[in-house]
Write a protein that binds this ligand. Structure first.
Ligand SMILES: Cc1cc2nc3c(=O)[nH]c(=O)nc-3n(C[C@H](O)[C@H](O)[C@H](O)COP(=O)(O)OP(=O)(O)OC[C@H]3O[C@@H](n4cnc5c(N)ncnc54)[C@H](O)[C@@H]3O)c2cc1C
Length: 411
């Protein structure tokens, strides 16, 4: 058991709440400070998928050509206006550098170390009963319309095999056996038996928060406006007055960028907005998350219906939503599941805090040990949250972290 400290966690999303729970289990006195509602940021509307090696760093060998294709296709999944291109130039330059085979493999290795044990860690955090209530360990499926795998596919296969990721290649008939509703256009797929999804991303955050509250974690409804490190701990200036603690964990999603800037740290985080549409009642049309590999959209069966997620829109977090992006998802799902009786559709947009190498930022402020960052989980917050929380608890306790933290350092 670590020496008990007071800890303020800024942000009540999946990452902040996971950190709060694990820290409370170690005996720390934790307060989550959230300006909105717990679990209603990016963590609310995601694709609900957790993966054990099925996801890769977004930048990969050959990414430049794929990105150019996507950028020039107005119906494609990536949106980057010339203005945003200029604003994100340093981030994009780093992104392209990660596309080199050696850098990409190093990023995959670090991502895998973080994500692979996530289902088991959640089981420990939630307890058996709640884990079974929320988790659907039913595997995940990636599907392709073309018949011949490319050079990148072979590279990815060998990387996964090297890291003992379980996967099975499926032909068209096997795909249909697994997911009978899929379009006959799909010719091949890969099934990942150790991946899966949660029945509701909000229920996941709420379940973790319930456990945390039972261990004494409190919440403070306030906006953190300033962070003031002192000789004895840190003072947060919030919209409801000052809050002092020994340690502060900044887990504020994309807003971590602004909070870091006020502490003279420039985090390499892009505001990569994603969209979902929800099709209520259609929760049984597929049994697991299905990713259309060519256009990178994912359909996941949630308790309250089918959720379709995708789009990488580089734009300011608070810029207006673009209805065209939701329409792209609606068009995509009709091609994936042609017999779908689509009647009612809800839509949502959220901001992924994305790093160029797809690795989160977990570690202390370069000058103030009492301030830790836990952000930058991009497309993989569900998979990365439990190990992030475990590493944060190691750092707060002053122990050697259970995984080398260098790849996730503040950058
Ligand atoms: C369309 C889409 C699909 C996705 N699909 C998946 C998926 O299938 N699997 C997966 O693993 N990941 C997925 N993700 C990514 C995942 O949702 C994110 O990585 C994760 O939610 C990030 O969690 P977070 O806690 O860092 O941020 P958030 O959930 O955004 O939480 C941050 C919180 O901080 C609060 N906050 C901000 N500033 C302040 C302040 N100054 N004071 C107080 N509070 C503050 C905010 O209100 C918010 O509640 C997807 C994302 C999107 C957009």
């Amino acid at each position: 058991m670590a020496e008990p400290r007071t800890v303020a966690v800024v942000g009540g999303g999946l990452i902040g709440v996971s950190c709060a729970l694990v820290l409370a289990r170690e005996g720390h006195r934790v307060t989550v400070i959230e300006e909105g509602r717990i679990g209603h940021g990016c963590s609310f509307g995601n694709g609900a998928q957790y993966n054990a090696g099925s996801s890769l760093p977004m930048a990969h060998p050959g990414v430049m050509w794929r990105a150019l294709r996507w950028l020039t296709d107005t119906n494609g999944p990536v949106r980057l206006t010339p203005r945003e291109l200029l604003r994100n130039l340093p981030w994009l330059a780093r992104f392209l550098r990660i596309g080199r085979p050696d850098a990409w493999e190093a990023a995959y290795t670090a991502l895998h170390a973080l994500n692979a044990p996530c289902a088991a860690l959640y089981r420990d955090m939630l307890g058996d009963t709640d884990w079974r209530r929320v988790f659907r360990p039913n595997g995940a499926l990636h599907v392709w319309r073309d018949t011949a795998p490319g050079v990148l596919d072979a590279l990815v296969d060998s990387l996964r095999a090297k890291h003992d990721v379980a996967f099975e290649k499926l032909n068209a008939a096997q795909l249909r056996e697994l997911e009978p509703g899929l379009s006959r256009d799909y010719q091949r797929g890969i099934y990942f038996p150790n991946s899966g999804h949660v029945s509701s991303p909000l229920a996941l955050v709420e379940g973790l928060m319930e456990r945390a509250a039972a261990l004494g974690v409190t919440t403070r409804a306030a906006r953190v406006n300033a962070i003031e490190p002192g000789t004895e701990g840190v003072t947060l200036q919030t919209s409801t007055g000052p809050h002092r603690s020994d340690i502060v964990v900044i887990a504020a999603g994309i807003a971590s960028r602004t909070l870091a800037r006020s502490l003279c740290v420039s985090l390499s985080l892009a505001s990569e907005r994603g969209y979902h549409i929800g099709l209520p009642g259609l929760s049984k049309v597929i049994s697991r998350p299905v990713t259309d590999a060519a256009s990178a959209f994912v359909a996941t069966p949630l308790d309250d219906g089918l959720r379709v997620v995708g789009i990488a829109e580089f734009a300011a977090p608070d810029a207006p939503r673009d209805a065209k992006q939701s329409s792209k998802l609606a068009a995509s799902i009709r091609t994936m599941l042609p017999d779908l009786p689509v009647t009612k559709v809800s839509d949502w947009m959220g901001v992924r805090p994305s790093t160029p190498d797809s690795l989160p930022i977990i570690g202390p402020h370069p000058k103030h040990d009492a301030i830790l960052f836990a952000t930058g989980h991009g497309h993989m917050g569900i998979s990365g949250a439990p190990m992030t929380a475990a590493l944060v608890s190691d750092l707060v306790a002053g122990r050697t972290p259970r995984r080398p933290c260098a790849p996730y350092r503040v950058r």
